[in-house]
Design a protein around this ligand. Sequence first.
Ligand code: AMP
Length: 432
Amino acid sequence: MNLITAPRGTFDLMPQQALAWQWMETKIRAVLQAYGYGEIRTPIFEHTELFQRGIGETTDIVEKEMYTLTDKGGRSLTLRPEGTASVVRAYIEHKLYAQAPVTKLYYIGPMFRQERPQAGRFRQFHQFGVELLGEESPVADAEVIILAHDLYRQLGLTELEIHLNTVGCPHCRQAYKAALTSALAAVAEQLCSTCRVRLERNPLRVLDCKSPVCQELIGRVPSIHNYLCADCRDHFDRVTTLLEQVGVKYELSPKLVRGLDYYTRTVFEIINVNLGAQNALCGGGRYDGLVEECGGPAVPGVGFASGIERLFTTLEQQKKIPALTSGPQLYVVPLGEELTVVAFEVATVLRRQGFSVEMGNGTKSLKAQLKTAHKAGAAYTLIIGEDEWREGQVTLKTMADGSQKRLPVSGLVAEIAKLVSLQGPQVPLREE
Ligand code: AMP
């Protein structure tokens, strides 16, 4: 029989890796919450139309990367390829705009794109992201950029670059598009085949092309900065001033347009310089027309999405993930099969008190059980011997130094709580 493996472009997380992911997710959530964002959980699949309207018909995602299926009721559904469209849909559906002038939401979870798998690029991958809705001030743009940057720094990353640009508003972009189209039309023959199609359908997307020949041609086309209207110019200047004000360095990237159609004005990416070809940790920007495009009121928005796999790889490369253990705090060792029931009871009582407890097999020798406890990473073992138990006592062994002491069963919970410095529920993750 053929072995069934995980589908191409997907992966399993084994318990030790999952611990590291949990550590990372806990840190991410803490920073997002500190900046005032509340979590929103939207469905993994949505009506296909949401992404067609929200992301844009001419984007790579909608044109060729979506996992779309028709359900038994004949509805076209799509596994979400990104988070913003769903958040905007929920924002409109639940009329959040009527509850407060500004709404700050974050999401974290899996996304699905049928891309060619390679290092840093998967078909099921994970993102977290924020959406700040209802604020048109450049302060919001600066806040979101600084949030992403601070979050990476708080995780310990240093080799970061912020690449910043503006794509103007639909008004000034119109003039730029015309200038860009005529400049590109002059060299159309030399563009790659994808860009020749882009030139017809959405010339701005040509600026995104990674092919060296297109890159060279793009270097010679006019810059959007010469076509910005006064409002867009002023908005961008204020964003950069705010970043400078708080000492956040950025690089101007006049050719950065980002793949999605919905961006207006500010766009940015944060790059980890050591990550190789797929070096963008996150990308985002302002999307003032999106809420309206999706059927809501004219509410401005700004946000970013960060890839979790790439963040994890970066943290691993830079050795920023601490040693983590999921081993039990306590391992109960019954000395003899008859004491199994007693050990089971002790383990259950302690688990109910919130300690993480494993227990040994009473048919095995003390030595064998201690070996298993050691392998499991237990901090303490509680040895239950027949004579001691009859006297209402047990032996507590500290695994780190091998020291042992006798304890009365009556004060066991309090004593163990003191030892592991834990009253109340167990903290699921402990840094060693
Ligand atoms: P995007 O939603 O395309 O703007 O991407 C935002 C971030 O998500 C990128 O900077 C990457 O870190 C991450 N990302 C996007 N696509 C993938 C993918 N196929 N595999 C892994 N990470 C991805």
